[in-house]
Design a protein around this ligand. Structure first.
Ligand code: IFM
Length: 465
């Protein structure tokens, strides 16, 4: 590849999430989360895997920070497990839970790695789900209290506060298709959940800035979808528009523009009347963002079919059949075209160029970061090494895409590889590996894959030449 010309202050980072790596689900006063319940429900996660032990990061975090230090990354994006801080999602904070993240942040800072904290990466306290979960408005207010606790406790240790990771997954996979926790299949509830996530985002950022000051660096991470029409026909263009409204506009509108788009409301009218949006909510959801985090893996192709004619509704990153549940019952996704990753997702780096340049054009001046990008491939541990040329290719192509977007003027200031190490890949359990570092789950040994060495070079030099 040509020299991508990343400046020295470009942030190279790695990312993880609490339930995917921590394990220790009963230690030090942690309460149960919806993912504990879901993963322990037979048939929900491949091979019956759970996050009970995961990467045992809760006990091995120092070794994991050492790995990051050796990789040479400048930032680490991790999430806090809400039920470690408030076992039941409300009430006073659990000091031991706070201490874990304080120590982690301190060690990162000692090593010159900026802590980028996500408040919510899907592990809702089960007690809050029992009271209605995200479809219940009260959850947004409980989240704001939790945000205030974290801000007070972790304060200036944190470089960037990220309200939510991929609220799309929480709302649609959790409450519409039900393939993620809590596994509910209630379309109207999914749209209410989306709104309450938007509200939680706004209330959470208000709480953090009230505690730490208006200049506090705050963000949200969205898995913005790149959905292309299968053909140039008006029908297929409208199918893509409909999925983009459900996937992207439903969060971008309220968070960045203080509105829900009229076509989104129309498209979903037979599912809900949106009466859960209360006067004043859209002033709260729209808070100044210091940076927008974008997660990108692949694209998808949509077409319009006649009612009742859809043969399948999968394709692209995580579009696991959510659309018919929320009113898009005449949209069909094309089968993804090879090359595919082990997730079955197509590899289309141009999608990342388009997404970054398109978002930059739409929101001039808004700083962007790629907060997740990476690929799963079946890895084999051989003589203490993992040779993963396909993952290296994926990385090279997508780094090139970021460079292209930057060259076209998109203000992208950082890239976080998903993931630092193999981990619990939700409904796929441990059967899908996204790590730069291989985890041997029987011994918890960490082994650098070839891609980790490549990333080290990138992090240290800003170039893959
Ligand atoms: O593992 C997930 C992560 O938790 C959220 N974004 C997508 C990743 C790969 O599926």
């Amino acid at each position: 590849m040509s020299n991508p010309l990343f400046p020295p202050d470009f942030t190279w980072g790695t990312a993880t999430a609490s339930y995917q790596i921590e394990g220790a689900v009963r230690d030090d006063g942690r309460g149960p989360s919806i993912w504990d319940t879901f993963s322990h429900t037979p048939g929900k996660v491949l091979n019956g895997d759970t996050g009970d032990v995961a990467d045992d990061h809760y006990h091995r975090w120092q070794e994991d920070v050492d790995i990051m230090s050796e990789l040479g990354v400048g930032a680490y994006r991790f999430s806090v497990a809400w039920p470690r801080i408030q076992a039941e999602g409300k009430g006073p904070a659990n000091q031991k839970g706070l201490d874990f993240y304080k120590h982690l942040a301190d060690r990162l800072l000692e090593r010159g790695i900026k802590p980028v904290l996500t408040l919510y990466h899907w592990d809702l306290p089960q007690a809050l789900e029992d009271q209605g979960g995200w479809p219940a408005r009260d959850t947004a207010f409980r989240y704001a209290e939790y945000a205030a606790i974290l801000a007070k406790a972790l304060g200036d240790r944190i470089d960037t506060w990220t309200s939510l990771n991929e609220p799309w997954c929480t709302a649609y996979l959790g409450y519409a298709s039900g393939v993620h926790a809590p596994g509910r299949t209630e379309p109207a509830a999914a749209l209410a959940a989306a709104h309450h996530l938007n509200l939680a985002h706004g209330l959470g950022l208000q709480a953090i800035r009230a505690e730490l000051g208006e200049d506090t660096r705050c963000s949200v991470t969205l898995n913005l979808h790149v959905v292309r029409p299968a053909t140039d026909s008006d029908e297929d263009k409208d199918a893509a528009r409909q999925i983009l409204a459900l996937g992207n506009e439903i969060f971008l509108g309220p968070m960045l523009e203080g509105r829900y788009a009229a076509d989104l409301l129309e498209d979903t009218a037979k599912v809900t009347d949106w009466s859960f949006v209360q006067p004043g909510d859209l002033d709260i959801t729209r808070q100044p963002l210091s940076v927008l985090g974008i997660n990108y893996y692949s694209t998808s192709y949509a077409r319009r079919v006649q009612p009742g004619q859809t043969s399948h509704n999968t394709g692209g990153h995580g579009d696991t059949g959510f659309s018919p549940w929320v009113g898009a019952d005449t949209v069909e996704f094309l089968d993804p075209k090879p090359p595919l990753t082990h997730m079955g997702w197509n590899i289309e780096p141009q999608g990342l160029v388009d997404l970054l340049t398109g978002t930059a054009k739409r929101y001039p001046g808004l700083e962007l970061m790629v907060t997740e990008n990476g690929s799963a491939f079946p890895d084999v541990l051989e003589d203490d090494a993992v040779h993963d040329p396909k993952r290296q290719d994926y990385l090279r192509q997508h780094i090139q895409a970021v460079a292209e977007a930057r060259a076209a003027g998109a203000p992208v200031t950082g890239y976080f590889a998903w993931s630092l190490m193999d981990n619990f890949e939700w409904a796929w359990g441990y059967a899908r590996r996204f790590g730069l570092v291989y985890v041997d789950y029987t011994t918890q040994r960490r082994v650098w894959k070839d891609t980790a060495f490549l990333y080290q070079k990138l992090a240290r030099t800003g170039s893959l030449d």
